[in-house]
Design a protein around this ligand. Structure first.
Ligand SMILES: [Zn+2]
Length: 305
């Protein structure tokens, strides 16, 4: 049996694992991302993780796929811009890793990898038309239509977070006004909580999720707020792409109906009736490992075999 290695490079953690052809993940590993020593040190850290996984693989290794938190130029294969790990900007990470490891490496955007992973063996398995959205520092997303990931001219398609939902809204990190991310990205939520629930100190999604599940009314209201705004944004996408399902992932997927109910309500209110009636909103199934599975599967798809 042949396998690939999947790597999900995040701003705080690097995750990796061996991926079998059906999307099964094994030998998963995680390390703290070493950003402060510069780009070369980060590439060395990635190569070391790959070596460890290679040692565990036992089977024939076909290649490596890596998910990067940022915009990648699919023509030059360089990172155009990474808001979370800016030392990657301008670098051809995949080529540099190939040079270090001697193995074929392909890279893609991390939200795209999450969507591919969920499509391969998670919540969107066997679904051809779906939208995946992931909430974290930013609002990431990917659109799969007829089994094909929509990438656009240079690979930047599917930036759901920078869809304007209010032309007079607050300024977003991208410089535009009223993007979805300006409301429900980490900073947007922090502003909202500070203004509406000033007594809440810890505004991390993980903490709010724990509180909401335990029945804290303020935290539940904040989740309603997030689901409401997410629904407003996704309703437009539902009308445009007519997907079968929407997969919601990231740190908040565990909140379940607290988030998904207001989202579904908003879709019913705003999307065209015939589309909204049949759509299903699902929580991501692969949790924090969808990106690793998706990245590993890229090594198959891109001819590494
Ligand atoms: Zn924006």
């Amino acid at each position: 049996m042949a396998v690939t290695i999947g790597i999900d490079l995040g701003g705080s953690r690097i995750k990796g694992g061996i991926i079998e052809q059906d999307g099964t993940l094994r030998n998963s590993m995680m390390a703290k991302t070493r950003i402060s020593f510069g780009y070369d040190a980060l590439v060395t850290q990635l190569a070391e993780l790959i070596e460890q996984l290679r040692f565990c693989a036992k089977d024939r290794l076909e290649g490596i796929g890596i998910g990067i938190p940022g915009l990648i130029d699919n023509n030059s294969f360089k990172v155009i811009n990474s808001q979370n790990i800016d030392i990657l900007d301008g670098h051809a990470v995949a080529s540099d890793l190939t040079r270090k490891t001697g193995l074929p490496v392909v890279m893609s955007n991390d939200a795209d990898c999450m969507a591919i992973g969920e499509g391969l063996s998670g919540a969107a398995k066997d679904v051809k038309h779906y939208i995946a959205v992931t909430l974290g520092t930013g609002v990431g997303g990917a659109i799969v239509s007829n089994g094909v990931l929509i990438q656009g001219v240079n690979g930047g398609g599917g930036e759901i977070g920078h869809m304007s939902i209010d032309m007079n809204g607050p300024e977003c990190s991208c410089g535009a006004l009223g993007c979805l991310e300006a409301y429900i990205g980490r900073e947007g939520i922090r502003h909202y909580v500070k203004a509406s629930y000033p007594k809440l100190v810890d505004t991390s999604l993980k903490k709010l999720c724990e509180m909401a599940i335990k029945g804290n009314e303020s935290a539940a209201n904040i989740y309603w707020h997030i689901g409401h705004y997410l629904g407003i944004g996704l309703a437009s996408l539902v009308n445009i792409f007519n997907p079968q399902i929407i997969v919601v992932g990231g740190g908040i997927a565990g909140a379940g109906d607290l988030l998904l109910k207001p989202l579904e309500n908003e879709l019913k209110l705003r999307a065209l009736n015939s589309y909204a009636e049949n759509i299903e909103v699902r929580a991501a199934e692969l949790g924090n490992w969808a990106g690793v599975v998706g990245a590993g599967s890229l090594a198959w798809k891109n001819g590494a075999r």
